[in-house]
Design a binder for this molecule. Structure first.
Ligand code: GAR
Length: 202
């Protein structure tokens, strides 16, 4: 049986799109994206899900009355639908220990740098690339890792390096890291972990 996948998003959703495209191209044979959850009602990712005909929900911290209640509602929603694998694809909320333990080895995240560089609390989105350029590193990249109670601290699944070029701005670098690393690695990791989980459930 295929592993049921939920993708958690907050923004533009280009990584979600990469996952959807990979699914249609038959590159995630062990899993199936059945749900998209956003914590931001304005996320363009919700439109991408609708266009792809995938069930999409919005759950916000505000409507739930706090982070703990938000995580409880999210966990119930995922469990009710039999989700086996949770993919954080530009999901801009740090999930607490209770949640990460509940779904141990079932949550993966894409981070736009080579962990352990430019990661942890406060390092998200464009900020990661701003810091990489400020530091002056010559190589950056992306990492897909399991999610545990330490922000960006779980076991690494895949990594890919991307060269920094003369004249890079955070925006230019972000696009190159997405194109050359994130959009390739995330679907690959989705298949690797879906396959592992499908094997366990068989
Ligand atoms: C991506 O670069 C992703 O790696 C990053 O936010 C962007 C979301 O773009 N995530 C983090 O920084 C998490 N720490 P997207 O919405 O177009 O996929």
């Amino acid at each position: 049986m295929k592993t049921k996948i939920a993708v958690l998003v907050s923004g533009g959703g280009t990584n979600l799109q990469a996952l959807l495209d990979a699914q249609y191209a038959g590159k995630i044979p062990s899993g199936e994206i059945v749900l998209v959850v956003s914590n931001n009602s304005k996320a363009f990712a919700l439109e991408r899900a609708a266009k792809a005909g995938i069930k999409a929900l919005c759950i916000t911290k505000k409507e739930c009355g706090g982070q703990e209640q938000f995580e409880e509602k999210l966990a119930k929603t995922l469990e009710e639908r039999g989700i086996g694998l949770i993919i954080l694809a530009g999901f801009m909320s740090i999930l607490g220990e209770k949640f990460t333990h509940r779904f141990e080895n079932r949550i993966i995240n894409v981070h736009p740098a080579l962990i352990p560089s430019f990661c942890g609390k406060g390092y998200y989105g464009l900020k990661v690339h701003e810091e990489a350029l400020k530091y002056g590193v010559k190589v950056t990249g992306a990492t897909v890792h399991f999610v545990n109670e330490i922000p960006d601290g779980g076991k690494i699944i895949l990594q890919k390096a991307v060269e920094i070029e003369e004249g890079d701005t955070p925006e230019i670098l972000q696009k190159r890291v997405m194109e050359q690393a994130e959009w390739i690695l995330l679907p690959q990791a989705a298949e690797i972990v879906s396959k592992q989980l499908a094997g366990k459930n068989a």
